[in-house]
Design a protein around this ligand. Structure first.
Ligand code: HAM
Length: 427
């Protein structure tokens, strides 16, 4: 029987992993500049963690969760996103205690799981790079974190982007707005899609996000959130816009943008790719927002009950990078290829390889004892800089032929002098 990977998953093989590592290393580098540290939480959590945060009626929890009962009859879910686990771990480890730096700034990179209909840039196991800041109420945090996301994209050469922002206001503004939506949509109840009729009862904000044509028409004339913002919410959003302007960050405001997770309030944002790689559809590469209230929900203290973060999908990012035709400087090349032509010379060749590696040189040793010509071809394909040839004559004379692949020049180097040679090429 031949096995195939489960639907909606991907194998990431050696040519691809170079790109992934490059993206991850770029994230480490950029996030360090902003003084963020990595946090690693489990791949699975108690089901309740996501119900409490993402929301029971969201698609993610109600339709897309990979959940099961383990052998101890615990209800477990593979994480569909990273924020809930991050907050759970922040509270569990009391990172709000005075001995820790406030705000608590962390990031995570890893697989997430959602039972979605797979398509380009939409998988069942996908990977996110996520960032969270807990403990700051200052709008500067929102803006600095969005700026960091843009900085990250820019350093990967992804520039065909659109930053879209909106506000959902504070809790009381949001409740007023939800009531206005219920009033408005109720008069179109029978014209709404079946899903949206359900949302009207469970989560009216989500109707704004509907992809159904029949809903989109009705959504066009919905009351705007801006009519329902109280002074605090308006003032907060004005500050966000002013701070973005001050940093010359271009954005547009979309008052209908809501997010598919229930924990947001105040600022929400998306960074979309304008690149053609997604079949002409604007695709969200990165999304996030403020989640004041969530920390308390997990048992954290009220005075640290404020958070902001985002996550971006690595698979989508790769499509955008390709669409913008950016070449990532992938470290797939090797420094030294050791061509051993005869089994008898194996131990000497192996010794030379280990010495090369001790100089930090990326070294591949051929183990198939093929003819020189064929080995040179392999070395060329691996973009080797130098080939060390261990042939019969060389070994007899206790030296090695060193071939510089760039121009094909060769020289003999005595075995004892190999370290000098490695030293010159590493300096
Ligand atoms: P989200 O909007 O659900 O937010 O996901 C963020 C990003 O993850 C999306 O913009 C997309 O790039 C990627 N993504 C989501 N689902 C899939 C999928 N099925 N296949 C491929 N990529 C996908 C969150 O997850 C929030 N936790 C973000 C956040 C962090 N908010 C505050 N902090």
């Amino acid at each position: 029987m031949k096995y195939k990977k489960p639907k909606g998953t991907e194998d990431i093989l050696s040519e691809e992993t170079g790109k992934w590592q490059f993206i991850e290393e770029t994230a480490y580098k950029i996030f360090r500049k902003y003084n963020f540290y990595e946090v690693r939480t489990p791949i699975f959590e108690h089901f309740e963690v996501f119900v409490r945060s993402v929301g029971e009626t969201t698609d993610i929890v109600s339709k897309e969760m990979y959940d099961f009962y383990d052998k101890g009859n615990r209800h477990i879910a593979l994480r569909p996103e990273g924020t809930a686990a991050f907050v759970r771990s922040y509270v569990e480890h009391k990172r709000y205690a005075p001995e820790y730096i406030n705000p608590f700034k962390g990031y995570y990179i890893g697989p997430m799981f959602r039972y979605e209909r797979p398509q380009s840039g939409r998988l069942r196991q996908f990977h996110q790079i996520g960032v969270e800041v807990i403990g700051s109420q200052n709008p500067m945090t929102d803006v600095e974190t969005m700026a960091m996301a843009l900085d990250f994209f820019e350093s990967l050469g992804v520039t065909q982007l659109k930053l879209v922002i909106n506000t959902l206001g504070n809790k009381s503004s949001r409740l007023h707005y939800i009531q206005a939506l219920v009033d408005y949509f109720s008069s179109f109840k029978t014209q709404l899609s079946e899903d949206s009729q359900r949302r009207l009862k469970e989560n009216p904000l989500r109707i704004l996000d509907s992809k159904e044509e029949q809903d989109k028409e009705i959504v066009k004339n919905t009351p705007s959130i801006f009519e329902y913002l109280d002074e605090e919410s308006t003032c907060f959003f004005e500050q966000i816009k002013r701070l973005l302007d001050q940093l010359d960050i271009v954005y547009i405001v979309d008052p209908t943008m809501v997010r598919g997770l229930d924990y947001y309030n105040h600022t929400v944002f998306e960074i979309m790719s304008l690149a053609s790689g997604f079949g002409g559809i604007l695709t969200t590469l990165c999304a996030g927002g403020r989640y004041d209230g969530l920390i308390y929900e997990f048992g954290g203290p009220e005075e640290k009950n404020v958070g902001f973060g985002f996550a971006l999908g690595i698979e989508r990012l790769l499509i955008a990078i390709e669409a913008e035709q950016n070449k990532m400087s992938l470290a797939m090349d090797i420094d030294i290829f050791v061509a051993c032509l005869d089994k008898k010379n194996t131990s000497l060749a192996q010794k030379a390889s280990q010495i090369a590696r001790s100089f930090g040189l990326i070294t591949e040793q051929n183990i198939e004892y093929r003819k020189l010509k064929s080995q040179l071809r392999i070395a060329d394909r691996a973009h080797a800089k130098y080939v060390l040839i261990f042939g019969e004559n060389e070994v007899k004379e206790n030296n090695i032929t060193v071939r510089k692949m760039q121009n094909g020049t060769e020289k003999r180097v005595a075995f004892e002098q190999l370290t000098d040679f490695f030293e010159t090429i590493t300096n």
